[in-house]
Ligand binder design. Structure first.
Ligand SMILES: Nc1ncnc2c1ncn2[C@@H]1O[C@H](COP(=O)(O)OP(=O)(O)O)[C@@H](O)[C@H]1O
Ligand SMILES: [Mg+2]
Length: 252
């Protein structure tokens, strides 16, 4: 299995707070890798470093063998690494359809030169439109396409967040708590959807999640972070059986 994403000894401190403090990990392609740890462990900060929101203080982050640490989020997204964001308030006031249409990549129309290529722009718009419709169908959101995002259930909003990320045409998706707020049924659907996207689209996932049933059912391997550092890594059985992990995370 080929490694698609790698972090080596990454540090990100905020003043005296050692949010990420020498963390390393590898993600193999077409796998669903889990990242767990207690609140404040540094998981979200690490995601933000990986996606270019923060520049690492030290250490290397690479994607497909190329260093990406310190690049801008849009540059990293162009290369094929995308993280989901919660549907912010402004996006809640737009429809499902408008939300997925927001995230184009490689759009000719954005460059001055491209503005002359009207035919190509129209073709791209049509392609984008068709891709959005197909994706909403796949994610079972097509019926709700004219609904405001704020009116969706928590689980549907999570599916919309993932749909928006997929519109950027990623190879790896970083999901920060993809089932937060979802019901038991919705959680099962989201888990199945992530596995389907891996199997059918060949996508790679790195997933932060608090729900143990999600982590233990769909993620392998699982990295455990504590105080910004590596505590353990292994398959679900190994992580569950690790005494240190039980102590800091699973509550003994
Ligand atoms: N922008 C920031 N400025 C200062 N401290 C931060 C910032 N972001 C996160 N932290 C702190 O860094 C630590 C790790 O936070 P976070 O990455 O959100 O952890 P997790 O996602 O694992 O709960 C926490 O102590 C948090 O308060
Ligand atoms: Mg977090």
């Amino acid at each position: 299995m080929a490694t698609i994403f790698e972090a080596r000894d990454v540090y990100k401190h905020f003043g005296g707070i050692k949010a990420v403090d020498g963390f390393s990990m590898e993600v193999d392609e077409k796998q669903i890798t889990g990242l767990i740890g207690p609140n404040g462990a540094g998981k979200t900060t690490f995601f933000n470093v990986a996606a270019g929101i923060y520049c690492p203080d030290r250490g290397e982050v690479s994607f497909k063998g190329e260093r990406i640490g310190g690049l801008r989020p849009d540059q990293i997204c162009q290369k094929g690494l995308t993280r989901t964001f919660q549907i912010a308030r402004g996006l809640g006031q737009m429809t499902v359809w408008e939300n997925v249409m927001l995230a184009p990549k490689h759009q000719t129309g954005e460059s001055a030169f491209g503005a002359f290529l009207f035919g190509q722009v129209r073709r791209q718009e049509k392609e984008h439109w068709e891709r959005a419709a197909a994706l909403l169908g796949e994610m079972r959101l097509y019926e709700q396409r004219n609904e405001y995002a704020r009116n969706l259930s928590a689980g549907e909003r999570k599916m919309l967040e993932i749909s928006r990320a997929i519109m950027t045409d990623p190879e790896i998706l970083l999901l920060d708590e993809p089932t937060a707020g979802a019901t038991v049924d919705e959680t099962k659907k989201i888990m199945a959807e992530i596995e389907r996207l891996r199997d059918e689209r060949g996508l790679t996932f790195l997933v932060v999640e608090h729900k143990m049933e999600v982590i233990m059912n769909i993620c392998n391997p699982i990295y455990v972070m504590h105080n910004g550092q590596n505590l353990a890594v292994g398959n679900p059985g190994e992580v569950q059986g690790n005494d240190q992990v039980r102590e800091v995370y699973l509550g003994g």
